[in-house]
Write a protein that binds this ligand. Structure first.
Ligand code: SF4
Length: 501
C-alpha cells in the first residue's frame, strides 16, 4: 500500500542536541517511515532532521504506525534515531508536551497493513481490471485504517491484543462491516468461517465504549428482504450502542465474475428503502435515534426522492454516501457556510489523503489538457498560463458521474442560466453500476470531452482525483483533450465556480 500521510505536528520550542551514533543494531526497516517533509522553523528542523531520513526509533521504540508515532511525538522530550545515507544518527529534541514536531512521514502503517482473509463475492477489488496500480488491489482489513481513514473492517482477523490496544489508546470511532447478523449468512458472504463469530468483537468494542459505525453492503438475493429485516432486528437486539449503520448497494463492474452478484432491480431497491424507512421508525421509538440510513444511490435506483435533510440527523455517514445529495443541495443554495466535504474517491486509504495546498478550490493555473484550447501552433501545450483559460464568460459544462447528474442538474436548473450544462460521464472503464462521480476515470472523461466544444469551461470535481492529481486509471488532467478546472466536490465550491469564474 502506498499510503502517504502528512503529519504536521506543529511548531514548538526546539533544542538541538547534536548527533550521536546509535549503539543498538537497527531493526528491519523495510517498511520504516521516511521523513518526506520537515516544517521550516519546527523543532525537527532546528534539530537537523531532513527529508529523506529513515525513522528507526522514536523514544527507543520502533513505531508500528502513525498512531504510535503521533503519541510519541506528543511527548516533551523526543529521542529520534534515523538512518541517513547509511549513517545512523540520533536527535534529542525538547519541546512542549503536545506541540508538533514538524515532520511529515511517508506512510500511515509502518509494519504491514493487515490484509483481509475474506473472499467476498461482492468485493469490488476482485472486479478491477488488470493493470491498474498495485496499491489498488490491496484488500485491507486493518482496524488502524478503519480508525485513520474510515475504512470498514470485518474484524475476522481482530485479536485480543488489538482490542486491548483499541481500548487503551481509545481508537474511536471504528467502522465495521456487518452485512448480516445471521452467522451463516455473514460467513457465507465473507466466504470465511470466522465471519460467523467475528461480530463478537463488535460487542466487545461497544462494551468498552468504543464508538462504532456499521455498514451493510446489500447483495440482492443474498442479504436483502427478510435477511435485511432480520439484520435490523439483530442490530437492535445485540448492538444498540452502534453510532449508525449505512446500508449501501454492492458495486458491480463489468469485470464481475460472480454470477450470483448482480444489480438491484427497481423493486428490490424500493424494498431496501422501505425496510430502512420502517426500521428507522422502530429505532427512533426504541433507542431515540434513527440508526440506519440508506445510501443516496438507493433513492436514485428506487426512483424515490431523497429524505429531507433533517432525517439524516447531522449526516453522520456522509462519507459513506449517505445524504450527500442533501448536503450538496444545501451548500449550493447557501443554506450552510461550511462544506461537508467528501473523501477523495473510492480508494481513500490507498492514495494520499487530501493535501489542502494542492487542491483548494479551483486550480485554473495548474489544470490543463492537451490539444484543443491550449495547444499552440507548434503543438505545444501551455498549461500554466492563466491567460490560456477559456474566456470567463464562456459556456460552462459541469462534469459528473451518471449518478451525480440527477443530483446536480436540478441545482443548475434553479439558476435559470442557459450557459451552464451538466455533462454526465458514462463509466465505461468499470461498466456495471459504477455511476458515482468518485469512480470517473481519465479515459472516460477524455472520451466525453473529445466530443465537447473547445473554448468552454469544464468543471471537474476533485473527488475523482487522487491527492497526486491522478484518476483511478492513472491519467491526470494534463492528459485530457480540454482544459478543465478542478473544483472541490461540494455545493459551495461549485456555486462559486459557476458565479465567480
Ligand atoms: S472484506 Fe472487503 S476487501 Fe476483503 S474480500 Fe470482502 S469486500 Fe474485499
Amino acid at each position: 500500500m502506498s499510503d502517504t500521510v502528512g503529519v504536521d505536528l506543529g511548531v514548538v520550542t526546539p533544542q538541538r542536541a547534536g548527533e550521536r551514533e546509535i549503539e543498538r543494531a537497527a531493526p528491519s526497516r523495510s517498511l520504516a517511515p521516511v521523513v518526506v517533509a520537515v516544517s521550516a522553523g519546527s523543532p525537527a528542523a532546528e534539530a537537523g532532521v531532513e527529508a529523506g531520513d529513515e525513522i528507526v526509533r522514536i523514544n527507543g521504540d520502533v513505531p508500528r504506525d502513525i498512531i504510535e508515532w503521533q503519541m510519541a511525538t506528543d511527548e516533551a522530550d523526543v529521542e529520534l534515531d534515523v538512518l541517513r545515507g547509511g549513517l545512523d544518527l540520533a536527535f534529542s529534541i525538547e519541546k512542549r508536551v503536545g506541540e508538533p514536531l514538524g515532520i511529515d512521514v511517508s506512510s500511515a502503517v509502518f509494519d504491514r497493513v493487515r490484509t483481509c482473509d475474506n473472499h467476498c463475492e461482492f468485493c469490488f477489488i476482485y472486479q478491477l481490471p488488470k493493470g491498474m496500480r498495485r496499491s489498488l488491489y490491496l484488500k485491507d482489513d486493518d482496524y488502524r485504517l478503519s480508525f485513520l481513514y474510515g475504512n470498514f473492517t470485518t474484524l475476522t482477523r481482530f485479536t485480543e491484543a488489538d482490542l486491548e490496544r483499541v481500548v487503551t489508546e481509545r481508537l474511536s470511532p471504528l467502522h465495521v462491516s456487518i452485512h448480516s447478523t445471521d452467522p451463516d449468512v455473514r460467513s457465507q458472504m465473507l466466504k470465511n468461517p470466522r465471519g460467523a463469530m467475528s461480530l463478537r468483537w463488535l460487542r466487545a468494542l461497544l462494551d468498552h465504549g468504543i464508538a462504532v459505525r456499521g455498514q451493510i453492503v446489500v447483495c440482492p438475493g443474498v442479504n436483502d428482504g427478510a435477511v435485511l429485516a432480520d439484520t435490523m432486528a439483530g442490530i437492535l437486539d445485540r448492538f444498540p450502542e452502534l453510532d449508525s449503520v449505512a446500508v449501501v448497494p454492492l458495486g458491480i463492474s463489468k469485470f464481475n465474475g460472480e454470477a450470483a452478484m448482480r444489480l438491484h432491480t427497481v423493486d428490490e431497491a424500493q424494498a431496501v428503502v422501505d425496510i430502512v424507512d420502517d426500521w428507522q421508525d422502530v429505532f427512533q421509538a426504541t433507542l431515540g435515534k434513527r440508526m440506519v440510513y440508506a445510501a443516496d444511490e438507493y433513492y436514485l435506483m428506487a426512483q424515490r426522492s431523497f429524505p429531507a435533510a433533517e432525517r439524516y440527523d447531522g449526516f453522520p455517514m456522509h462519507e459513506d454516501g449517505i445524504g450527500m445529495a442533501r448536503t450538496f443541495e444545501a451548500e449550493f443554495h447557501g443554506l450552510t457556510d461550511d462544506a461537508t466535504g467528501v473523501r477523495r474517491g473510492f480508494f481513500a486509504a490507498v492514495d494520499a489523503p487530501p493535501n489542502p495546498a494542492a487542491y483548494t478550490g479551483l486550480r485554473p493555473t495548474t489544470s490543463c489538457g492537451s490539444g484543443g484550447d491550449n495547444e499552440g501552433p507548434d503543438g505545444d501545450v501551455a498549461c500554466t498560463a492563466i491567460s490560456l483559460r477559456p474566456r470567463r464568460d464562456a459556456p460552462i459544462a459541469v462534469l459528473t458521474g451518471e449518478l451525480g447528474a440527477p443530483v446536480i442538474a436540478p441545482l443548475v436548473d434553479s439558476l435559470d442560466r442557459t450557459d451552464i450544462r451538466v455533462v454526465a460521464v458514462r463509466n465505461e472503464f468499470f461498466g456495471g453500476n459504477t455511476g458515482v462521480t468518485g469512480l470517473m476515470t481519465g479515459e472516460d472523461v477524455s472520451r466525453v470531452l473529445a466530443t465537447e466544444p473547445q473554448g468552454h469551461r469544464y468543471l471537474l470535481p476533485d473527488v475523482c482525483l487522487s491527492d497526486e492529481g491522478r484518476f483511478l486509471d492513472g491519467l491526470t488532467v494534463t492528459d485530457l483533450p480540454r482544459v478543465v478546472e478542478v473544483v472541490e466536490t461540494d455545493g459551495i465550491a461549485l456555486r462559486a465556480a459557476l458565479e465567480h469564474p
